[in-house]
Design a protein around this ligand. Structure first.
Ligand code: XMP
Length: 516
């Protein structure tokens, strides 16, 4: 770590809740980041975290497939909290016993405190928690205390008597653990003595100075897509290097209806910087001709994006850097795990559909440490208008991944019209802000209909609307019937070439949000 910011390290043992732990810590304004379970003691020492949290995970401490772990980390003078598998690991390391006794607990459970506890300070004597385990601690190491048990008598909380090491069998990070927030706060502030210094303002200060150091006197190109991430990235970079920033909007012909007007009339004045519009739709669409495979579409669009940026940079001269709006979930999903600092993480980001190998730019990714809602907080701190920050996410490959099958001008127009009606009506019904992301998909089949006594044989549109926190998981949105009814009939009546509308009721997982 080159900065003095306090960090809580989350060692990831493969639990589905690892990201949630990170978020929960950050909600207390303490910076936290996920590192792989294989991290070495020396690497932890270099980072010098204020505290360490060991996540849960699917393994057993006595199984043959235990994840690689440098257990000398547990001997550092740093407070540790083990959650579920993390607890079992600690107990096992210090000579306690973990067994699978067939008393697995999944879901809601009650725990009650049985002795004084720093971790449970201020928590009700009996409280609801969320359990998800097969194994349980059956005997604790010497010098440790059991401070809470579950109603089925499972050891629920253990603490080492020096007050530096703790474990919970349940998950304090999930909302079903009613006092989980307080438990984490006890750990962070009463035990590890963290300072709540992770705020949008501190992030902006740190990132602005990192960008200045990295970019020096060079110029930097930032592709602005109309979405929240690139808007916030552009504003941050502008704050750091002013006119060394060249903000460019590449119109790839796969945008929502009237998007260019939005860029010039709303985004540009809202951000207070000049955004140059480049119409590159012809070259994108000609390269996409005949392509139906989703991955091939993404790669083609990604490559074409980079080629467009390169030709803009060549025309301008002297641009060595390209900025991307990569977010923390992208870094984690791409296997990045440990963020290397906001300006230096280089990865193949799906913002541009996967980068070509021969990219001629150095990358700057100022948002690579942030979750989506944190990006919005940073945007607010930068005084970006709410209307810009509350826009639904829009993927880099745009309508390209929402037109299933071949992309043609005619099919783009059909989708643009249907989508425009959909979004307009969601706003009219006051539903837009309840939904994390909504869009139409054009499906490559035709079905039979009847309009004005005439048989029709036309296109099918699917409506997608999901609620989500960060796009990693999502639920389909329970849309009111009346709204669905109006959306369907307006699309069928107004969009030439569409005679049927369906509503997508799939969640993520197992489906994804986008269809391609
Ligand atoms: P999926 O479809 O993977 O999408 O569930 C999760 C979120 O990511 C967005 N998405 C993308 N965003 N470039 C982007 O900038 C992409 O290639 C891309 N693919 C998916 C998607 O819209 C959703 O918000």
């Amino acid at each position: 770590m080159t900065d003095s910011r306090q960090t809580v390290l989350i060692l990831d043992f493969g639990a589905q809740y690892t990201q949630l732990i990170t978020r929960r810590v950050r909600e207390h304004h303490v910076f936290s980041e996920i590192v792989p379970h294989s991290i070495k003691k020396s690497e932890v020492e270099t980072i010098s975290p204020k505290a360490i949290i060991l996540s849960g995970g699917p393994s057993s401490v006595y199984g043959g497939d235990t994840p690689q772990f440098d257990d000398r980390i547990l001997e550092l003078d740093i407070p540790v909290l083990g959650i579920c598998y993390g607890l079992q690991l600690i107990v096992h390391h210090w000579g306690g016993k973990v067994e699978s006794k067939g008393n697995a607990e999944y879901g809601f459970a009650k725990i009650h405190r049985i002795s004084n506890s720093n971790l449970l300070e201020g928590i009700s004597d009996e409280t609801q928690v969320w359990m998800s385990h097969g194994d349980a601690v059956t005997s604790i190491p010497e010098g440790w205390n059991v401070t809470a048990r579950s109603s089925s008598d499972v050891i629920a909380v253990v603490e080492r008597s020096d007050g530096q090491m703790f474990g919970t069998q349940f998950h304090p990070e999930v909302v079903h653990t009613t006092e989980g927030r307080k438990i984490l706060s006890n750990f962070l502030f009463n035990i590890a003595h963290c300072t709540p210094d992770w705020t949008p303002a501190s992030f902006i200060d740190k990132t602005v100075s990192e960008i200045c150091n990295r970019v020096g006197n060079e110029r930097i190109l930032c592709g602005v897509s109309g979405g929240v991430d690139s808007a916030v990235a552009a504003k941050l970079i502008h704050k750091a290097v002013g006119d060394q920033l060249k903000a460019a909007f590449v119109d790839h012909g796969l945008l929502r209806k009237n998007e260019t007007q939005y860029i010039t009339h709303t985004l540009q004045p809202g951000l207070g910087l000049t955004i140059e519009v480049y119409d590159c739709s012809k070259s994108f669409l000609s390269r996409l001709k005949g392509i139906t495979n989703p991955e091939e579409k993404r790669t083609t669009i990604g490559e074409e994006f980079i080629r467009s940026f390169e030709s803009i940079a060549a025309r301008e001269g002297g641009i060595g850097f390209l900025a991307q709006g990569t977010l923390y979930p992208d870094v984690i999903e791409s296997g990045g795990g440990k963020s290397q600092g906001s300006a230096s993480v280089i990865k193949s980001h799906h913002n541009v559909g996967g980068l070509p190998a021969d990219i001629a730019f150095k990358l700057v990714e100022p948002l690579a440490e942030l979750f989506k809602d944190e990006v919005r907080e940073v945007g607010k701190e930068l005084n970006i208008p709410e209307g810009i920050l509350s826009r639904h996410p829009f993927p880099g490959p745009g309508l390209g991944v929402r037109i299933i099958g071949e992309i043609t001008t005619e099919r783009i127009e059909i989708l643009q019209e249907a989508d425009d009606i959909y979004i307009y009506l969601l706003k009219k019904w006051g539903l837009y802000d309840e939904i994390w992301q909504a869009f139409c998909v054009l499906i490559p089949i035709k079905t039979v209909g009847v309009m004005g006594d005439k048989r029709t044989y036309e296109n099918l549109i699917a409506l997608r609307a999901v609620t989500s926190l960060d796009g990693m998981t999502a639920d389909w949105y329970k849309m009111p019937d009346d709204a669905l009814n109006e959306i369907s009939s307006q699309i069928v009546n107004k969009v030439k070439g569409v005679n049927r509308v369906v509503y997508d009721i799939s969640s993520k997982p197992p489906s994804t949000i986008e269809w391609e």
